[in-house]
Design a protein around this ligand. Structure first.
Ligand code: 7TS
Length: 404
């Protein structure tokens, strides 16, 4: 653990005179030295535009960018790197799928099914595309335990359903959904399955072929990579059949005054100059995770989550939402009696502990539980059991401060 922590320069600092305890990796992860160095090396040695120059730098930049695509494809076991479209983040990936596939395939009478536990980025794009196409948006409700209501799903998934879009792991409840089963159920009614992997890909082993997902969206910045780079995995046949989402350079084969023809996939969906150095640093982030092994990542987070569950549950007045520690990813969202979560987070910050407070871009979940906000502690490869102790002790102090 100390060798992992030594790779993350940012962790070695004090906040308000206390050692930093970073428990907000669900929002964005910290970056190891290897990723920061890959970014700096690219800008110091190789910076050039991709796919268009014949000079040495352009060739190096292009080779690095395409190697990153291959690395990402392997990391999620895609059949081909042509199935990986570079985007800015999960949000852009879902907007791409919703617009390019949705506008070509949805119309009045069709239904898009999402769930009540989605991040806003897997809600709003579908609201927009159903409004534009005349299709209907439906939601799978959640149970009080914070899991999908599978009986309701049976009734909602019909031959009218054209898309079933759902998160693999909730960023508020921590719930890990049965992705392969949900994809199979979508396919059984002829729908495509769009999976939000923003929280699952950084924390769990992922095999898109085993899951049989049609689309999978994820962000580099939540898995040790830089901001500004993410990926949309799409089955090749679907990507090939889809019209482009954005127009411009790179995505065309030929442009005439009255029409244009499209480049091959995935370039058809990558209009303009991409985030080249960021893609190359994302490659370095995957190397880092590969060296640890995603099985280890999951085991490590489960150990911390079990312990955090025990420690936090013992605090009087603290209420954790979502399923038990064995059925969730490495995060806990909670309320502390009637103290506002922002006040809880502010007190924790004074102890050096960084947690997030708010609705975490998932308002429907908070509406379901009847709370406007929660505080959330989330864990990653660099967190320790001792940090959970610091969190628990700081929460006890917060409780004493607000004296209930
Ligand atoms: N989907 C899920 C499940 C997420 O947790 C997030 C980000 C997104 C999509 C959007 O990812 P982005 O990279 O496009 O922003 N979640 C959070 C969070 O929980 N706190 O800050 C960002």
């Amino acid at each position: 653990m100390s060798t992992i922590r030594a790779d993350f320069p940012i962790l070695d600092q004090q906040v308000h005179g206390k050692p930093l305890v970073y428990l907000d990796s669900t929002a964005t992860s910290q970056k190891p030295r290897q990723v920061i160095e890959a970014l700096v090396r690219y800008y110091e040695q190789d910076n050039a535009n991709v796919h268009r120059g014949v000079h040495a730098l352009a060739e190096r930049a292009t080779a690095g960018y395409e190697k990153a695509r291959l690395k990402i494809a392997r990391f999620i076991n895609a059949a081909s790197s042509k199935e990986i479209v570079f985007v800015r983040n999960t949000t852009e990936a879902i907007n791409l799928a919703a617009n390019a596939w949705g506008r070509a395939n949805l119309g009045p009478g069709d239904e898009v099914l999402i769930t009540q536990m989605e991040h806003h980025s897997n809600i709003v794009p579908w609201q927009l595309v159903t409004q534009a196409t005349g299709a209907t948006l439906r939601y799978v409700p959640i149970t009080p335990a914070g899991e999908l209501d599978m009986d309701a799903l049976d009734a909602l998934l019909t031959e009218r359903t054209k898309v079933f879009a759902f998160t693999a792991m909730s960023n508020v409840l921590g719930t890990i959904n049965p992705v392969a089963e949900l994809v199979a159920r979508a396919h059984a009614v002829g729908a495509i399955a769009v999976v939000d992997g923003a929280q699952s890909v950084p924390h769990l082993p992922t095999d898109v072929q085993a899951l049989d997902a049609d689309f999978l969206a994820f962000s580099g910045h939540k898995m040790l990579g830089p901001t500004g780079i993410g990926a949309l995995y799409g089955k090749r046949a679907l990507l090939e059949a889809m019209p482009p989402f954005m127009g411009g350079g790179e995505m065309i084969r030929e442009v005439f005054m009255d029409h244009s023809t499209w480049n091959d996939v995935p370039f058809k969906f990558e209009a303009g100059t991409p985030a080249i150095g960021e893609a190359i640093a994302f490659d370095a982030a995957i190397d880092y995770l590969d060296a640890l092994g995603m099985e280890w990542v999951r085991e490590h987070e489960m150990e911390i989550t079990r312990y955090a569950w025990e420690r936090l549950s013992a605090i009087e007045g603290l209420r954790i939402i979502g399923p038990g520690p064995e059925r969730r990813g490495g995060l806990l969202s909670f309320t502390l009696a009637d103290v506002h979560p922002h006040d809880v987070a502010a007190v924790l910050d004074m102890h050096g502990v960084a947690v997030r407070a708010g609705h975490h871009c998932a308002q429907p979940i908070h509406d379901f539980y009847g709370v406007p906000a929660t505080a959330r502690a989330s864990f990653y490869i660099y967190n320790t059991l001792e940090e959970v102790d610091v969190l628990a002790e700081a929460l006890e102090r917060a409780k004493a401060l607000f004296s209930f």
